[in-house]
Design a protein around this ligand. Structure first.
Ligand SMILES: Cc1ncc(COP(=O)(O)O)c(C=O)c1O
Length: 324
């Protein structure tokens, strides 16, 4: 039984870890270039109405697009997912694809300039958010108002080398989020709770299960490797279809690795040869410890190595394509 002193100490530890985390409170926002409703500005100057439905209801969608060597990676696919999310919320896309590309391009250049680097020498992360707009509070999906459009670019923080080479620790939890997980919605309180479970446990991600079947992690998709084959969950309303879904399938086909999407039981996850995470920032990343137990050999495995190499090749290929 934990006594009052150990409880106090562990809550102090948590607070300490929280302070040390990247999410610690900042009193001032950095002067990063951003775009808000038609204007290019900097973060401290970008202001939105308190009656914005994004603030009041979380009534909006977002995208996170990786940028390598100054070029957005898989931009078309991100734009297609943005369209899908917007249409679920019955918000008309306020900009054309060319306009989105133009804003992204300007912000990438502005960010590189703000850190004194050449654009092609920077890896960045573009964040796009669209909310329904500003209106008096009413739950109904107000129509006929101008959506709020916000875009920013920041440095892409690569996965630390130790995590790349040794893999990461994750914990499991029930998936208590809503049943519209396929929408990349800014209503993220479920994901915030889910991520906090792993953060409090000193782990990188929370692998979630719905009624005993794998769904995804708080901010990543999860992949199971068994007998040399990559298994992923069906692309349905219970998970966000990460842009890496299609990419991992392509890499598997190109490298002769089996690939299948189907329901995956908790037992299959716990007995996997390898487990992987994927997301814009993690790319593909090996989970080597789950709930305190080693996954497979406890080291990143051969399928991870093949997918990671394929991912780097796809980045190089995209850079080559855009230079032509
Ligand atoms: C819930 C969830 N699943 C999966 C992903 C991975 O998506 P992507 O590969 O597009 O980054 C994310 C990314 O943020 C996410 O939030």
């Amino acid at each position: 039984m934990p006594n009052a002193r150990t409880v106090r100490r562990s809550s102090r530890d948590l607070q300490q870890r929280w302070r040390e985390s990247d999410n610690s409170v900042m009193n001032t926002l950095p002067s990063l270039p951003c775009y808000l409703n038609g204007e290019f500005t900097e973060l401290p100057n970008a202001k939105v109405s308190v009656m914005d439905r994004g603030f009041i209801f979380g009534d909006g969608v977002y995208e996170v697009v990786p940028v390598y060597a100054g070029q957005p990676f898989r931009f078309e696919q991100h734009m297609a997912r943005l369209d899908r999310s917007l249409s679920e919320l019955r918000i008309a896309n306020p900009l054309s694809k060319a306009q989105w590309a133009g804003i992204a391009g300007q912000l990438i250049t502005a960010y590189a300039k703000s850190v004194g680097a050449n654009t092609q020498d920077t890896d960045q992360l573009i964040y796009i958010q669209i909310t329904r707009g500003v209106a008096m509070r009413d739950h109904v999906m107000t129509q006929g108002i101008a959506p709020t459009v916000f875009v920013m670019s920041n440095a892409m923080k690569p996965v630390p080398p130790a995590q790349r080479s040794s893999g990461v620790t994750c914990v499991t939890a029930d998936d208590f989020r809503w049943e519209k997980a396929h929408i990349k919605s800014t209503s993220l309180l479920g994901a915030v709770f889910a991520r906090q479970i792993s953060f409090d446990a000193g782990a990188m991600e929370t692998v979630m299960f719905r009624h005993g079947f794998l769904s995804e992690a708080a901010a990543s998709n999860v992949w199971v490797v068994k007998d040399g084959k990559v298994l992923g969950v069906p692309k349905d309303h219970l998970v966000l279809e990460g842009i890496r879904f299609g990419l991992i399938e392509e890499i598997c086909h190109a490298r002769g690795i089996g690939f299948e999407l189907r329901r995956i039981s908790r037992d299959e996850v716990l007995n996997a040869d390898e487990l992987l995470l994927s997301s814009a920032t993690k790319e593909v990343l090996a989970i080597t410890t789950l709930d305190g137990k080693p996954v497979g050999t406890g080291k990143p495995g051969p399928v991870y190595a093949a997918l990671y190499a394929g991912y780097q090749a796809a980045k190089a290929q995209a850079a080559l394509g855009s230079a032509q």
